[in-house]
Design a protein around this ligand. Structure first.
Ligand code: PGA
Length: 250
């Protein structure tokens, strides 16, 4: 466990201005803790909160958006959309791309491919989410699905590979409390890493996401080749998030 691990919070459609205090509390914990955590800690917030965070109060924690527009890199007549340039101007260093909750609303692989290019041009690191449905899992189609999602997202972005992090999130595990077995994850992570190394000649960080909590982190931390976690529900309470980090580094 020597490389820098990722602990990425995805607040989804949650959080009011007053809740930003939770992030300052976590920042304080990371700063004053005697243990030196070797981590990348990123909070992906709703657009409404991105401009409200007090940048003076965070230095360890970085901020990200949960999506960017595929319509234009900067500005245009796209009602309701927010561009890579706009979130970059608000201080974002990261953006989630291709979360299953957005793919579900009709986002296509080609949009995801385009968004990764836009993110890179604005110096935003892309947190590319991939994962299979329960049906695909049951029919042993998980790897085929994830491989094709990664391939179509990355194929035109070979020059941007240094600014990509992949989060493997089995859709059936998101928000359900159900976690795949360790042997399955060990094997799966190894297969994804090998595929990327072979096809893209790069060691891209791969994270696990789906029902990560302070209760299961002690077993999840042992997944071979796993570079960190994308955390939804358990990132909403400061103490839960702090407990995850503490238990990871015990
Ligand atoms: P969860 O969400 O931790 O609440 O399962 C993870 C995600 O959707 O990124």
């Amino acid at each position: 466990m020597h490389s820098k691990k990722y602990f990425i919070a995805n607040w989804k459609m949650n959080g009011e201005p007053k809740d930003l205090g939770r992030i300052y509390k976590i920042e304080k914990f990371l700063k004053i803790s005697k243990k030196k955590f070797n981590l990348n800690c990123i909070f992906c917030l709703p657009f409404t909160l991105l401009g409200l965070i007090n940048k003076k109060k965070i230095s360890v924690i970085k901020i990200g958006s949960q999506d960017i527009s595929a319509s234009s890199i900067d500005f245009g007549s796209f009602t309701g959309s927010v561009s890579a340039k706009m979130v970059q101007q608000l201080g974002c260093r990261y953006t989630i791309i291709g979360h299953s909750e957005i793919r579900n609303k009709g986002e296509k692989d080609k949009d995801i491919n385009k968004k990764i290019g836009f993110a890179s041009s604005k110096n935003l690191k892309a947190i590319l989410c991939v994962g299979e449905t329960l049906n695909e899992f049951k029919n042993k189609k998980s790897f085929k699905k994830v491989k094709s999602q990664i391939y179509s997202a990355l194929k035109d972005n070979r020059k941007n590979l240094g600014s990509i992090v992949i989060a493997y999130e089995p859709i059936w595990s998101i928000g359900t409390g159900i976690i795949p077995k360790k042997v399955y994850l060990d094997n799966f992570f190894k297969k994804i890493k090998n595929f990327i190394r072979k096809d893209f000649k790069k060691n891209i960080p791969i994270l696990y996401g789906g029902s990560v909590s302070s209760k299961n982190i002690s077993s999840l931390k042992n997944i071979d080749c796993c570079d960190g976690f994308l955390i939804g529900g358990a990132s909403l309470k400061a103490q839960n998030f702090i407990d995850i980090i503490k238990k990871y580094y015990i």
